[in-house]
Design a protein around this ligand. Structure first.
Ligand SMILES: CC(C)(COP(=O)(O)OP(=O)(O)OC[C@H]1O[C@@H](n2cnc3c(N)ncnc32)[C@H](O)[C@@H]1O)[C@@H](O)C(=O)NCCC(=O)NCCS
Ligand SMILES: Nc1ncnc2c1ncn2[C@@H]1O[C@H](COP(=O)(O)OP(=O)(O)OP(=O)(O)O)[C@@H](O)[C@H]1O
Length: 195
């Protein structure tokens, strides 16, 4: 079973592209959604102990947690040391189920794939990308997004050019949905995936 890793910088089209793989029968695991679920479930006591004051109504309050970790590498490292092993466990359960179901490939949507060293957990890496001005327009169109916040997030991510260099396959999401969909078909064909 081929583990396809999907990544790309903010607003480059990861979620949209992951849906295209899912529509073609490839099971998808979403690392971001996994963290959201952990913050409402089994991650709560662990985060609450390590970062007091971040639990509200029995869930991790992401804004309060952000205040303690963003811009504080030591705290972020402590958080990652709690969260990443839990994400890896969830991934293993997902992979085991997909194998049992006889799938020839799965897609793992991992926004911080390069940043967190997740390359070792996948067999090939697909990077979604578009021109910087398209990315900027998409992100700034979102509620609550400002130029400053966009720049701050970009500053924490491996630059798009480096991601493109490190990709096994590239999907240009700047030319519309149909072209990106064709590229997904090509990649699956090249990998010999029968979904
Ligand atoms: C810091 C948290 C609480 C911020 O949550 P929030 O909902 O406010 O924002 P969001 O998750 O969209 O993150 C905003 C940006 O912060 C940066 N960021 C988030 N996690 C990390 C990290 N581990 N390392 C570096 N940058 C990070 C990214 O650039 C991201 O785009 C959250 O991102 C978190 O819990 N991160 C640690 C867990 C983790 O590593 N998740 C990533 C995949 S497993
Ligand atoms: N192939 C495409 N053609 C046209 N528009 C696209 C394409 N892919 C994505 N988009 C648009 O770009 C925007 C961002 O896409 P999406 O939410 O999938 O990005 P993302 O990488 O998951 O974002 P984030 O990193 O913030 O979670 C959306 O408005 C989406 O409709």
């Amino acid at each position: 079973m081929i583990r396809i890793g999907l990544t790309g910088s903010i607003g480059m089209g990861k979620s949209t592209t992951a849906k295209m793989f899912a529509e073609r029968g490839v099971p998808v695991h979403d690392a971001d959604a996994c963290v959201h679920a952990l913050y409402e479930g089994r991650g709560v006591p662990l985060i609450g102990d390590a970062f007091p004051g971040t639990i509200v109504d029995g869930k991790v309050d992401r804004a309060l947690l952000s205040k303690q970790v963003l811009g504080n590498p030591e705290a972020m490292k402590r958080l990652e040391d709690i969260v990443h092993p839990l994400v890896h466990e969830e991934e293993q359960v997902f992979l085991d189920l997909a194998r049992m179901d006889g799938h020839s490939a799965v897609l793992m949507d991992i926004p911080l794939l390069f940043e967190t060293g997740a390359e070792t957990r996948v067999d090939v890496v697909v990077v979604v990308s578009a021109d910087a001005d398209i990315q900027r327009d998409r992100v700034l169109a979102r509620d609550g997004m400002t130029e400053e916040r966009f720049q701050a997030i970009l500053g924490t991510q491996v630059p798009d050019a480096e991601k493109r260099d490190r990709a096994d396959f590239l999907i240009d999401t700047g030319q519309g949905l149909a072209i990106a969909g064709q590229r997904v078909d090509e990649i699956l064909q090249e990998l010999g995936v029968v979904a």
